[in-house]
Design a protein around this ligand. Structure first.
Ligand SMILES: Cc1ncc(COP(=O)(O)O)c(C=O)c1O
Length: 369
């Protein structure tokens, strides 16, 4: 195939359906600061996602920063090295020490069995990630945070619309954050959100994202500008009309990949866990060099030669970056599974407009080594 196939492509609804929203914004001149589309999107997302309180943000990273601030955390936060770097940056940016715990190789999420050993007197919270939209073991994590009186914030950047036993996964924890970045299942160009569980907490979060203004003349707390504007919010409203069909198309692609790879030795992919409604945000494969005959980077480069641009999410591990590598929890010996998985993984292209011909082409390239 001549055209390049990238790991993802943002889903964009027909432009003619977006223009009336822009017309309304131009007419009202209400372009940001709790505009009507912002308010409507908060309501519609609560309904769609089955949550009570949602606060929209300019992006997921600021949502993470504010979530940590809103819970007034300090000291140390336990997290995973197997994530996008924003997860750990949000901890550091708040002046808190991240403590990395190893992952479970089958879910790629933080391994709850390893968390207790990492808790110290300074630990105030756990920040797990539902990696690829795969739900964390929330029951086990809840038992730990209850036992040690800690908070938990879920980085649910990948988990838009994911349900476990009929319940939205983003209802778990004290707070959950979402990303609506262009590469995500649901996008507002850039965007994000915090899901909270009380009107008081939502008010606190909303104030923090608006410079800390409590009312017109009172500033409480060190706030930031994290507001979502009307151009973003109206895009979200339009995206919501297409989200179910977009997820359905992703699911079909995942099924075809799985069927296509089921007899390829040394190429592992993640199955669906029971009782989980997935969003098929990513399609990671894991290359076992001994069985496949090539290592991950060989495969990654071979795909490139065929104009297929997979991404090594997540390689390098966050714990390998210069800001984190000197932490004692960053030692490879502390993170054997994360180290192994990050050397094996490639995320293959998956997005609603990826054609079946393209999917079959990718499968044939991998089947032929
Ligand atoms: C796990 C994770 N956390 C946080 C973020 C940050 O979100 P944003 O790009 O919306 O700032 C991303 C992705 O971009 C992510 O993948």
């Amino acid at each position: 195939m001549n055209e390049n196939i990238y790991v993802t492509q943002p889903f964009l609804p027909p432009l003619e359906e977006y223009l009336p929203y822009l017309q309304q914004i131009w007419d009202s001149k209400h372009i940001t600061n709790k505009g009507p589309f912002h308010e409507q999107l908060e309501k519609e997302l609560c309904d769609y996602l089955g949550v009570e309180y949602i606060s929209l943000f300019a992006n997921g990273t600021i949502a993470l920063l504010v979530a940590i601030k809103a819970l007034e955390l300090k000291g140390e936060i336990i997290t995973t090295p197997y994530s996008f770097v924003a997860t750990a940056h949000s901890i550091k940016w708040n002046g808190i020490k991240p403590v990395f715990v190893d992952i479970d190789p089958y879910t790629c999420n933080i391994n709850p069995e390893k968390i207790e050993k990492a808790i110290t007197k300074k630990t105030t919270a756990i920040l797990p990630v539902h990696v690829y939209g795969n739900p964390c073991e929330t029951e086990k994590i809840k038992n730990i945070v209850d036992k040690y009186n800690l908070k938990v914030i879920y980085d649910a950047a990948h988990a838009f619309g994911v349900e476990h036993i009929g319940q939205s996964i983003i209802n778990e924890g004290d707070l959950s954050i979402l990303s609506f970045h262009a590469t995500k299942v649901f996008n507002t160009f850039e965007g994000g959100a915090i899901v909270s569980h009380s009107a008081e907490m939502k008010k606190k979060i909303d104030d923090l994202k608006n410079f800390g203004f409590y009312d017109e003349v009172t500033v409480e707390g060190i706030g930031i500008n994290g507001k979502m504007n009307e151009v973003q919010a109206s895009m979200g409203l339009l995206q919501l009309r297409y989200i179910d069909s977009a997820i359905e198309k992703r699911k079909r692609i995942a099924q075809i990949y799985r069927e296509g790879f089921k007899n390829v030795k040394g190429l592992r992919f993640l199955g669906d866990l029971e009782d989980v409604k997935y969003n098929y945000a990513y399609f990671p494969i894991f290359i076992n060099e001994n069985e496949y005959g090539k290592n991950r980077d060989d495969v990654y480069n071979a795909l490139k030669k065929h104009n297929i641009y997979g991404r090594r999410y997540f390689y390098p591990l966050i714990s390998r970056f210069s800001a984190y590598k000197d932490l004692s929890s960053s030692k490879p010996a502390n993170l054997p599974m994360a180290e192994k998985i990050s050397e094996e993984v490639i995320c293959l292209p998956i997005y609603p407009d990826l054609s079946m011909d393209q999917v079959n082409y990718i499968i044939s390239v991998l089947n032929n080594g």
